[in-house]
Design a protein around this ligand. Structure first.
Ligand code: ADP
Ligand code: MG
Length: 484
């Protein structure tokens, strides 16, 4: 076959896979909402077709998980109807450069994470046992690293700057900096585990270190106990004492486990003396850890300790932007701002919110707007003040002052009604994102200048009258509680 003929064939093959995929899309189009179609099917790229085996590329692991969870049977039926009973579907993930063998996927949901060109995508979804993908020469055996967590997808911010910089320095030169050990501490969902994996993955990618092991303190403890029971403590100790870079996540769980701590103490010392790198994470600064041997704590403090704080607003916005981009999901800027302003505690919750939002929009065929974001927020974020609406505020204000609700919207100029109306307007302005115009409309179609005037006069009264101020504070708390 001449080169030209080969090229010709390749073009035909491409046309064929595109034709097959187009047929699938046409069938799918009729069965899902247009938002779902746009969000979950249009971004899929058909890559190759060999006999009845179709390989498609999805933008990210998250995307794959989602599609697999929600559209598995639809896709399978469609492929079978287009390609026949022997049809098989293979996924390839564009964002990841390495196998996802450590992904917590259920047995049936196997995905092949091939390289971008996906020359050899090989894992039929749901057909092969997961263990078939454990073999890989890309990561040393038992590193336990999750390739999905990288520095590239770790958003930098003031809140994590030092921890990230330390992790990167150590990943570039394990054992070769004065940062040994590195201890990263911070609250839950702030990115410690992400950073630990990113560090290990980067160290391997740099090729400067051979044996990298990531382990959680719980896993370390369980393995140690098993080793004792099986009379294999030497083997256990040898394994952890012969690594070049040891990453132990969540060391607070060593608390109270004296024997494990003792073993870890010796592991630590051996590695340290050999100039090997140790990296630890914890939910508290080492000196505040309870139930840990003083010897260990002083070892932990001998290197660099860096904290991760809750992300500031800019970082939260950047994270939401990046995650929605990575998942080919378009999030209007005002929705991003709204979520970022409300979900302040941690990044896991931010992600949860984004995923729920995508789910709701896609499955209920709704537009992604502030309204929907508000609903989603209320469902998943329990320590955030849920937004309240104007009707609720009116109801509670009238209850508080014991006046009929419709008077707020009527023309009445009786003193106590005017006062309640102004208070409700003021609280609507304070507690909702509604515009002055919208607020006015809720009060019998009053003008926005009336709302401004109301807010102004309430503010004046708050400044002059402390018992009035107490009442308003009490009301505000009631309204906020009612939204939860
Ligand atoms: P922790 O171990 O501190 O409880 P994780 O590392 O598990 O937190 O992070 C929770 C989630 O938030 C993960 O999905 C992680 O990828 C994500 N995440 C945390 N920090 C960042 C960041 N700076 N940029 C991007 N994603 C992040
Ligand atoms: Mg963690």
């Amino acid at each position: 076959m001449s080169l030209q003929e080969v090229a010709q064939d390749a073009v035909q093959v491409n046309a064929e896979v595109q034709r097959v995929w187009d047929a699938c899309l046409a069938a799918i189009h009729n069965r899902v909402t247009s938002l779902s179609f746009k969000t979950w099917f249009q971004p899929i790229v058909p890559l190759k077709l060999v006999h009845e085996e179709l390989t498609v590329q999805v933008p990210s692991q998250f995307f794959y998980d989602w599609v697999e969870q929600h559209y598995n049977s639809l896709i399978r039926e469609t492929i079978t109807s287009v390609l026949g009973d022997n049809a098989r579907l293979y996924y390839s993930i564009a964002a990841d450069e390495s196998p996802a063998e450590f992904d917590p996927l259920p047995q049936s949901a196997v995905v092949s994470n091939q390289r971008r060109d996906a020359q050899s995508a090989s894992a039929p979804s749901s057909f092969l046992p997961r263990s078939a993908f454990r073999q890989t020469d890309q990561l040393p055996a038992q590193s336990n690293l999750n390739p999905r967590y990288t520095f590239d997808n770790f958003i930098k911010g003031d809140s994590n700057q030092l921890a990230r910089a330390a992790a990167l320095a150590v990943a570039n030169n394990p054992g070769g900096t004065s940062f040994n050990p590195v201890v990263v501490y911070g609250g839950t969902g702030l990115g410690k585990t992400h950073l630990m994996h990113a560090l290990g993955n980067h160290a391997i990618a740099m090729g400067k270190t051979r044996r990298v092991v990531y382990v959680s303190s719980e896993k370390f403890t369980i393995e140690f106990v098993e080793a004792i029971q099986a009379d294999r403590v030497n083997e256990f100790s040898h394994f952890y004492r012969s690594v070049d870079l040891l990453i132990v996540d969540d060391i607070q769980f060593f608390s109270g486990k004296e024997k494990t701590q003792d073993n870890f103490f010796h592991t630590f010392n051996t590695l340290y003396q050999l100039g090997k790198q140790i990296v630890l994470s914890s939910d508290l600064p080492p000196k505040e850890l309870k139930g840990l041997d003083e010897r260990l704590i002083s070892r932990f403090q001998s290197g660099l300790t860096a904290d991760i704080q809750p992300p500031d607003l800019e970082t939260r916005i950047a994270i939401l932007r990046k995650k929605s981009e990575d998942n080919s999901f378009e999030l209007p800027p005002d929705v991003i701002d709204f979520i970022a302003a409300n979900v302040t505690s941690n990044i896991r919750e931010l992600e949860g919110c984004l995923i729920s939002l995508i789910a709701r929009a896609s499955l209920d065929s709704r537009d992604v707007n502030i309204e929907l974001a508000r609903e989603v927020l209320r469902m998943i974020v329990n320590d955030v003040k849920s937004p309240v609406n104007i009707d609720q505020i009116q109801r509670l204000v009238c209850e508080f002052y014991d006046i009929p609700e419709d008077l707020l919207r009527a023309k009445t100029r009786k003193q106590e009604v005017v006062s309640a109306r102004q208070i409700a307007m003021y609280l609507a302005k304070e507690l909702t994102n509604s515009s002055l115009k919208t607020i006015g409309l809720h009060f019998g179609g009053r003008d926005h200048s009336t709302v401004i005037h109301a807010c102004q006069s309430i503010q004046d009264r708050l400044g002059n009258d402390s018992s009035f101020k107490q009442n308003i504070e009490q009301l505000r708390r009631r309204i906020e509680m009612s939204g939860r």
